[in-house]
Design a protein around this ligand. Structure first.
Ligand code: PLP
Length: 498
C-alpha cells in the first residue's frame, strides 16, 4: 500500500518549523547544552508507551524535549574540539537524502546517488589537487576514512611481501611496521587496532607537532629492508593546526617502499587554497588521504571521505568479493567497494550540494576565512594579560595557556579559566593537554564565524581571565568589548570541566 498524498505533510511541516526555529536562535542562545543527559533521560525515557502518537505530535514533543540538551555546534561562537557547522545547501540536501532514502551501495540500482557522489568525488579531487583517478569512499567520519585508507595500504604492502591478507588473513602474516608522528590523532591508533596491526611506532615531532623527517628516516632505517611498512602523516595537528613536512617525509618513506597515508581530517582542506601551497607541498604524492566533510566543509553529521590513489587497492580491501576478482577492466565499480558498509545513506550528496553552493571560489573563501579568523583570535588573545598562544597559527587551531596559579590552591589558572568560560556559556572551547601542560583550544571550523564572533571569543577569554585571579580593570575592559552586551546576562550553565 502506498502512502496517501499528504501523509508526510504534518510531520515534515513541523520538523521544518522546529529546524528553522533552532537555526534562527543559534546566534543568541548559550553555546553549551543547558541540561545534562541523566535529567533528559528521565523525561524522554521510561517504559515504551503502549499507545502511539501521531507523527506531528511526536515531532513537536521531540523538539521540545531535546532543546535544553542541544549544544549549539552550528553557532559561530562554537569553537570546541574540531566540529564544523552546517551550510544551508548541505543541510537541505541532507533532508532530501533522508526523504529519498536511497541505499547508496549499488551503482546500477540507485544511479542518482552514485552519479552525485561520483561528481562530488571528482570536484573534491580537483579542488584538493589529488590524483584524478583516485578511489573515493564516503564514510561516517575521518576515523573510518583512516581505517578505509589503511586497509587498502595494508593489503598492498602485504601483497608486495607475497601475502594476500584478504584471502589468508593475519595469522602468520609478516609483521607490518607502522610508523606514525608522535602527535597523530588517537583515532589512527584505533583504526590500526581494527586492522589487527597493533600499536604503531611513534616518531618524534617538533615543537609545532610536525613529524621530524630526520627521526622518520632513522625509524625507517630500523625496519628490515623490504618489510611491509605504513607511514601515517598528518595535515592539521588538532592543537597547533600544523602540517607535517610532506615533500621530505613522503620521499623518505617511499624510498623505503612504504605506503604513505595522510590523516587530514580538517587540514586536508588547506589544499584548496593557494595561500597554503607551501604547507601542503608534496601532499599529493602520498598514497592515501582521509578527511572529514563534517568539519571544515560544514556538511551535517556524518560524513568523512577516504581517498586512495590506487583505486583497485581500495576495492580489493573493502569490496564484497575476493581480492583476486577485482581487475583493471572492472569499470567504475560500486560505491560499496570503497567503504566499510554495504548499505548506507548517500552521504556524498550533501558534499555535492556544499561544493555546488560554494563553487571553487567559495570553497577557497570558506577555508581561508576560517584560518584568517583563527589568526585574528590569536592576535586578540595575545593582547590579553597573561595569555600565551603556544604555537605558530598554521591553520584553524589556536591553543593557549594562561600564566599564573588559579584562585584555588594548586589549581592551574588555565584550567580555572576554562571552567569560567564554560560557566559563561557565551562561547565554547575545549580544554586539553599539550606538551605536558593544561591548555585551552579554539578551533575555527564554522562558516558563520565572522568578525563579531572573533571579537566575542577574545572578549570572553578576557572576561574569564579577569575573573580568575586577574585585576578588576581587566574584567571591566572585557565587559565593555564589542560583544559584551550580548554575552553578559545569558543564563549561567552548570560549572563543568571541558
Ligand atoms: C576529528 C579528527 C579525526 C577523527 O574524525 P571523526 O570524524 O571524528 O571520525 C581524526 N583525525 C584528526 C586529525 C581529527 O581532527
Amino acid at each position: 500500500m502506498s502512502p496517501r498524498p499528504g501523509s508526510y505533510d504534518p510531520a515534515l511541516s513541523r520538523a521544518a518549523e522546529h529546524a528553522r526555529r533552532w537555526l534562527d536562535a543559534l546566534d543568541a542562545r548559550p553555546v553549551p547544552a543547558q541540561a545534562a543527559a541523566d535529567g533528559l533521560l528521565a523525561q524522554v525515557g521510561g517504559a515504551l508507551p503502549e499507545v502511539g502518537l501521531p507523527p506531528d505530535e511526536v515531532v513537536d514533543r521531540l523538539a521540545d524535549l531535546a532543546d535544553p540538551g542541544l549544544m549549539a555546534i552550528g553557532s559561530g561562537r562554537f569553537f570546541g574540539w574540531v566540529m564544523g557547522g552546517v551550510l544551508p545547501a548541505a543541510l537541505a540536501a541532507d533532508w532530501l537524502v533522508s526523504a529519498w532514502d536511497q541505499n547508496a551501495g549499488m551503482r546500477p540500482a540507485t544511479p542518482a546517488a552514485a552519479a552525485l557522489e561520483e561528481a562530488a568525488a571528482g570536484w573534491l579531487l580537483d579542488a584538493l589537487g589529488l590524483p584524478a583517478t583516485a578511489g573515493v569512499g564516503f564514510t561516517t567520519g575521518a576515523t573510518m576514512a583512516n581505517f578505509t585508507c589503511l586497509a587498502a595500504g595494508r593489503g598492498r604492502v602485504l601483497q608486495a611481501a607475497g601475502w594476500d591478507v584478504h584471502r589468508d588473513g593475519l595469522a602468520g602474516v609478516p609483521r607490518v611496521h607502522v610508523l606514525v608522528g608522535a602527535e597523530r590523532h588517537d583515532t589512527v591508533d584505533l583504526t590500526l587496532r581494527y586492522l589487527g596491526l597493533g600499536a604503531p611506532t611513534p616518531v618524534a615531532a617538533d615543537e609545532q607537532g610536525r613529524i621530524r623527517v630526520d627521526a622518520l628516516a632513522a625509524a625507517l632505517a630500523e625496519v628490515p629492508a623490504g618489510a611491509p611498512t605504513l607511514v601515517c602523516l598528518q595535515a592539521g595537528n588538532v592543537h597547533s593546526g600544523a602540517f607535517d613536512p610532506f615533500a621530505d617525509a613522503v620521499e623518505v618513506a617511499h624510498r623505503h617502499g612504504a605506503w604513505v597515508h595522510v590523516d587530514g581530517a580538517f587540514g586536508l582542506w588547506a589544499a584548496a587554497c593557494p595561500e597554503f601551497a607551501d604547507r601542503i607541498r608534496g601532499l599529493a604524492a602520498a598514497d592515501s588521504w582521509a578527511t572529514d566533510a563534517h568539519k571544515t566543509l560544514n556538511v551535517p553529521y556524518d560524513c568523512g571521505i577516504a581517498v586512495v590513489a590506487d583505486d583497485l587497492a581500495l576495492r580489493a580491501a573493502l569490496g564484497v568479493h575476493a581480492s583476486y576478482l577485482v581487475r583493471e577492466d572492472a569499470g567504475p565499480g560500486n560505491p560499496y567497494e570503497r567503504v566499510p558498509e554495504l548499505s548506507r545513506r548517500a552521504r556524498g550528496i550533501p558534499v555535492w550540494a556544499a561544493l555546488r553552493s560554494l563553487g571553487r571560489s567559495g570553497l577557497v573563501e570558506l577555508v581561508s576565512g576560517l584560518a584568517a579568523a583563527a589568526r585574528s583570535i590569536a592576535a586578540g588573545l595575545g593582547e590579553v594579560d597573561g595569555v600565551e598562544v603556544l604555537h605558530e597559527v598554521a591553520f584553524t587551531q589556536v591553543c593557549f595557556a594562561v600564566r599564573g596559579a588559579g584562585n584555588t590552591a594548586g589549581t592551574d589558572r588555565t584550567v580555572e579559566i576554562g571552567r569560567a568560560l564554560a560557566a559563561d556559556g557565551g562561547i565554547l572551547l575545549s580544554g586539553s593537554r599539550w606538551h605536558e601542560r593544561d591548555v585551552l583550544r579554539i578551533s575555527v571550523s564554522n562558516w558563520s564565524t565572522g568578525p563579531d564572533e572573533v571579537a566575542a571569543a577574545v572578549a570572553a577569554v578576557r572576561r574569564a581571565v579577569g575573573s580568575v585571579g586577574g585585576s578588576p580593570g581587566v574584567e571591566a575592559a572585557g565587559r565593555s568589548g564589542p560583544d559584551g552586551d550580548r554575552l553578559v546576562g545569558q543564563p549561567v550553565v552548570e560549572r563543568r570541566a571541558l
